[in-house]
Each structure stands twice: as structure tokens, then as C-alpha cells.
Design a protein around this ligand. Structure first.
Ligand SMILES: Nc1ncnc2c1ncn2[C@@H]1O[C@H](COP(=O)(O)OP(=O)(O)OP(=O)(O)O)[C@@H](O)[C@H]1O
Ligand SMILES: [Zn+2]
Length: 485
């Protein structure tokens, strides 16, 4: 399996995490079905790209060669990417080739970008013009088949990028000249230059998986032109009729109806999200939607996913191992139907009679582990989150109760002193709240509604949400509370 990976010049956003998570689940499923040593997963690193060059050039101090600056930028970004996707519970692919290592490989017989371009020229599918090498699109009758685009549509799309050296508007760049002062480059039969974007994936998949392989994946935005061009290059260079047997494309992650993207600026990085949520919650939230559908990314969805995981881990048995149950396997084997997988997990959870005990509780634990959810990581977050909530609550109550006392309310408030700050402890906070609730109920009973509303507002200002209910037997009003998030 080959999946187009990140262009490494900045933090990845949560949209970029979608293909990483989706194809990680597929990788786990394939290893389970066929055996670990029969699955090879390649996800490339695009470390030659004009956005990288621009970023590196901007920060270049001239104290070292520009290529060293570029390498430092891509190394740092790659490290960040690894930390992020590790935290999302994703396994590392079998190979993560860097494009720059596949431009020119001196070892005899080692496939690289320059060799593929030479083959394409020799076979009459590419031509040299003005220091560039271009793929000759009209030389390939099947071009446009993957994207199901007509020639007219492709010509219209290509008009944006007209260049005088192109024979046909749809022709695309395989190689381009580099300015040795400002851009990275390699010596080639066509002069000092660098590859176009698409050729790297033909070279890396060809070198690591062969001329034809099973599955090719990526985001839906890559279908055209990137994957169409990969197919054209690989099939025309190798003389094959197909590059991959199956193509899988994930839908977009959307924010308010638009694709999350760097250029639109409507993105949130994985790193920022990991400040507030454990990777497991982000992962579950991603898998609730089928991979081909768009996802509407919301804070509410994350809250719900955190609630679901909390519930599952509370009920799941404490065991260590991992396994995929037949019902989940069937769901995933059906075009990676993760919503069905979720339904099966809920069903499993609903069959648990005694928390953490019995076959279903064990199954739930094993399946969650199989799917990359890490109980210890999730529970560490839960603990930290609870502690933070409590300290926020204490701070609010210190403020709220001080104001309350100033208004001369008779309720006794116990305060403990820490770091010179007057703050009630967690248990005392609860007492304060319960005393206030009792005072409010008393005020209501006495029909002093102004006072009871005032106390309610006071509690709301402390961040406490009240839930009123009538006891069905006695008709008495009872009030429960929780910390509003
Ligand atoms: N909003 C999104 N939803 C789902 N997948 C996405 C989204 N944005 C990018 N991807 C996918 O992320 C992977 C990495 O792509 P890449 O590093 O080129 O990001 P990008 O396309 O440059 O991002 P952007 O669109 O923000 O500029 C690709 O498979 C791409 O299809
Ligand atoms: Zn690619």
C-alpha cells in the first residue's frame, strides 16, 4: 500500500491527520487478515517542494549552504509530524521514503526519478523544452480515466498554468531548472534542476513496491491531477496498464462548510488539538465518519467522542492483549466501514452486565487496543482534565463566594489558604455549592423568588450548572449540580 504523505515545511493540520488515521486502520486490518510480514505500507515524505524552498530561503542566515537550511527545516517538521501522528495512535509505516533520497540513486539498477524520466523520453512520452522535461499527455490515450475527466475539462483546468514551452496545455512538468543560488538541485541529463511534484511518487512506489502494487491512497484532492499524473508516469515508463489495483481516497475534513486547508487559513494544527485532547479522542472522532464522506469538525463532536471513550474504558476489562472480533472485522473489511465498527463497539458495550467483567468486557478492551486506542494515555488525560476542572472550579468559587459573603449572605463558607490565596479545597467547594443550593431551595419555599434567582445566578457565575427535578413520590423539588464546561 502506498499513501501520499505530507509536504514537510510546517505543522500538520487536523485535515492532514485524516488520511494518516484512516490508512492506519486499513494497515492494521490488512496485517490482521494477511499477516504482518505480508503487508508493506509506504508513506512518502515530500521534502522537495517550492513551499519548502521559499520557507527555507526566508530564514536562511547564509552561514551554511541553502541545502543544509532546507534539510534542517524538513528534519524539524518531520520530527513534529512523527510526534503528532504517534500521539494519534498511528503505527509507523513499513517505509517512509524521503523524496530527496530518490531523485538520483547511484546504485546500479536502483530506480529513481531521473531514470523514470529517461525511460519516458525514450518511449516517446516526454520531451525536453527550455530546460524543462514535460510529460506528453496526448501520448497516453487512457489519461483522465481515474478522475473521469474529459479532455475539455482537463484543458480548461490546465489553462491556469500555461507555459510557452508546453506542447499541449495539459502537459505537466517532470523536471525543471533550479537557480543554484536560491533553489535545491541535482545534476541531470537536462542540466542542474529539480523534479516536479508528481514524479516522486512514481519513483518511490516503483522502487519500494514494484511497477504494479495493490492499494494506493490519499486525500480526494489528490485524484486530479496528482494521481492521474502518477498513473501516466508509471504506466508509460514501465509499460503497464495499471499502477495500483485499488485507489482509495478520503473525503475532506471541513470547517463551516469549507475544506480545512493551509491556504484558506481555517486550520487547526494537530499539535494545538493535542493540548486539549488526548490523541485517542481525536482518533475516535475521525473514525465516526466513513472515510469517503466529508467530516464536519466540531468541538461538540470531540466532547461526545471523549464521553464515548470514557464510557467504554470504564466498562472494558483491564486486560492487555489486542484482537479484532469477527463482527468488527466484517465491518472494516466492507470498504473500511468505521461507522458500522462503532455500532459494533456500542453493541459490545451494551452487552456488558458487570463493569470490567465477562467476555464482552474483555472483547471491548482487546478491540479498542487493536484499533490503536491507548487506555493508559486516555486515562492520564482524564485525570489531568479532572484536576484542571477542579482547580478552575476552586478559583471560581473563591471569587464567587467572596462576593457572596460581601453581600451578607448567612451561609458559612469554609476557606482554606494556599499560596496566600484564599481557596476552598475540592471537598469544601462541594460543601459551598450544596449550602448555596439548600439556601436557594429554602428561598423558593418561602416564595422569595428574587433571592432564589439571585443565588442561582451566583452559582452560574461560579460555573455551576443546576438541574431541577420534582421528586415523583413527594412532589418535593430537588436540585443536582455539575461543573459546566
Ligand atoms: N481538509 C482535509 N481533509 C482531508 N484530507 C486532507 C485535507 N487537507 C489535506 N488533506 C490530505 O493531507 C495529505 C497531506 O497533504 P499535504 O501535506 O500536501 O497538505 P496540503 O494539501 O498541502 O494541505 P492544504 O490543503 O492545507 O494546503 C494529503 O493526502 C491530502 O489529501
Ligand atoms: Zn503521491
Amino acid at each position: 500500500m502506498y499513501v501520499c504523505g505530507p509536504t514537510v515545511y510546517d505543522f500538520a493540520h487536523i485535515g492532514n491527520a485524516r488520511p494518516v488515521i484512516v490508512f492506519d486502520v486499513l494497515f492494521r486490518l490488512l496485517r490482521h487478515l494477511f499477516g504482518e510480514d505480508r503487508v508493506t505500507y509506504v508513506r512518502n515524505i515530500t521534502d522537495v517542494d517550492d513551499k519548502i524552498n521559499k520557507r527555507a530561503f526566508e530564514r536562511w542566515s547564509r552561514e551554511r549552504p541553502l541545502t543544509a537550511e532546507i534539510r534542517a527545516l524538513t528534519d524539524t517538521t518531520l520530527k513534529q509530524f512523527h510526534d503528532d501522528v504517534d500521539a494519534l495512535g498511528c503505527l509507523r509505516p513499513s517505509h517512509e521514503p524521503r523524496a530527496t533520497d530518490f531523485v538520483c540513486r547511484p546504485a546500479p539498477g536502483a530506480l529513481d526519478m531521473i531514470k523514470i524520466i529517461e525511460k519516458l523520453i525514450a518511449r516517446g512520452h516526454a520531451y525536453v523544452a527550455d530546460g524543462h522535461v514535460l510529460f506528453d499527455v496526448p501520448s497516453m490515450p487512457a489519461y483522465g480515466k481515474l478522475a473521469r475527466r474529459s479532455l475539455d475539462e482537463m484543458v480548461a483546468g490546465a489553462r491556469v498554468d500555461v507555459a510557452p514551452y508546453k506542447r499541449d496545455p495539459t502537459d505537466f512538468v517532470l523536471w525543471k531548472p533550479s537557480d543554484p543560488e536560491q533553489e535545491p538541485g541535482w545534476d541531470s541529463p537536462w542540466g542542474f534542476g529539480r523534479p516536479g511534484w508528481h514524479i516522486e511518487c512514481s519513483a518511490m512506489s516503483g522502487a519500494l513496491l514494484g511497477e504494479e502494487f495493490d492499494i494506493h491512497g490519499g486525500g480526494i484532492d489528490l485524484v486530479f491531477p496528482h494521481h492521474e499524473n502518477e498513473i501516466a508516469q508509471s504506466c508509460c515508463a514501465f509499460g503497464t496498464t495499471r499502477m495500483a489495483a485499488f485507489w482509495m481516497h478520503n473525503g475532506f475534513l471541513m470547517v463551516e462548510g469549507e475544506k480545512m486547508s493551509k491556504s484558506l487559513g481555517n486550520f487547526i494544527t494537530i499539535r494545538e488539538l493535542l493540548n486539549d485532547w488526548p490523541g485517542d479522542v481525536i482518533r475516535l472522532n475521525m473514525l465516526k465518519t466513513h472515510y469517503r464522506q466529508p467530516i464536519d469538525w466540531t468541538a461538540k463532536g470531540l466532547e461526545e467522542s471523549a464521553g464515548t471513550l470514557g464510557d467504554w474504558f470504564r466498562l472494558a476489562a483491564p486486560g492487555q492483549g489486542e484482537a479484532l472480533s469477527p463482527s468488527l472485522e466484517a465491518a472494516l473489511a466492507d470498504d473500511l466501514n468505521t461507522p458500522k465498527m462503532m455500532a459494533e463497539l456500542h453493541a459490545m458495550r451494551n452487552r456488558i452486565r458487570v463493569p470490567q467483567q465477562g467476555a464482552d468486557a474483555e472483547d471491548l478492551a482487546r478491540n479498542l487496543a487493536f484499533l490503536g486506542f491507548d487506555r493508559a494515555r486516555f486515562e492520564a488525560w482524564q485525570k489531568k482534565n479532572e484536576a484542571e476542572k477542579l482547580s478552575t472550579l476552586n478559583r471560581r468559587i473563591a471569587l464567587g463566594s467572596a462576593a457572596y459573603r460581601l453581600e451578607g449572605h448567612p451561609v458559612e463558607i469554609t476557606m482554606s489558604s494556599a499560596d496566600g490565596e484564599t481557596t476552598p479545597s475540592g471537598g469544601e467547594a462541594a460543601t459551598v455549592i450544596e449550602n448555596l443550593i439548600a439556601a436557594r431551595l429554602a428561598a423558593r419555599k418561602a416564595k422569595n423568588f428574587a433571592e432564589s434567582d439571585r443565588i442561582r445566578d451566583e452559582l452560574v457565575a461560579m460555573g455551576i450548572a443546576l438541574m431541577d427535578a420534582k421528586d415523583p413520590a413527594t412532589g418535593e423539588l430537588t436540585t443536582t449540580w455539575k461543573v459546566a464546561r
